[in-house]
Design a protein. Structure first.
Length: 132
């Protein structure tokens, strides 16, 4: 993977860590749907949303192929299969990439930003691909 791609991944990891830490710190635990929706309008809820918007905005500035790369690595880290660590990184990446159905860039960004903890999935995916 080219250095600029690793740089993009590291920036997404950083932004998603910031987002996840705000969720962990400021989100109410064990709430009803109504309470969760009401929380979005509080100062804490707005801080969480701002962090998510920073992540979305960064992803939106990337080329579609880079968004696809991020999503592929996310799924590799989220759903590791037994033996993935034995596959050559290129084979593992190609296998997962070709198994995904691609839609618009906006939909793929939504897919990425809905997954938590995104930073852990990306870090685990990078390890399986021997990028870390």
């Amino acid at each position: 993977l080219e250095p600029e791609k690793v740089e993009i991944l590291n920036r997404v990891i950083q932004l998603s860590k910031e987002y996840q830490s705000l969720i962990d710190e400021l989100s109410p635990k064990n709430t009803t749907l109504r309470e969760s929706l009401e929380h979005r309008d509080t100062e804490d809820g707005k801080k969480i949303n701002e962090a998510k918007q920073r992540l979305i905005k960064f992803l939106d500035k990337q080329r579609f192929e880079d968004v696809q790369m991020i999503e592929t690595i996310m799924y590799i880290g989220r759903d590791p299969e037994e033996g993935d660590d034995l596959l050559e990184p290129e084979s593992l990446y190609s296998e997962v990439f070709s198994s995904l159905r691609w839609d618009t860039k906006e939909i793929e960004i939504k897919q990425i930003t809905q997954k938590t903890p995104l930073n852990e999935y990306l870090e685990d995916g990078m390890k399986l691909l021997r990028l870390k």
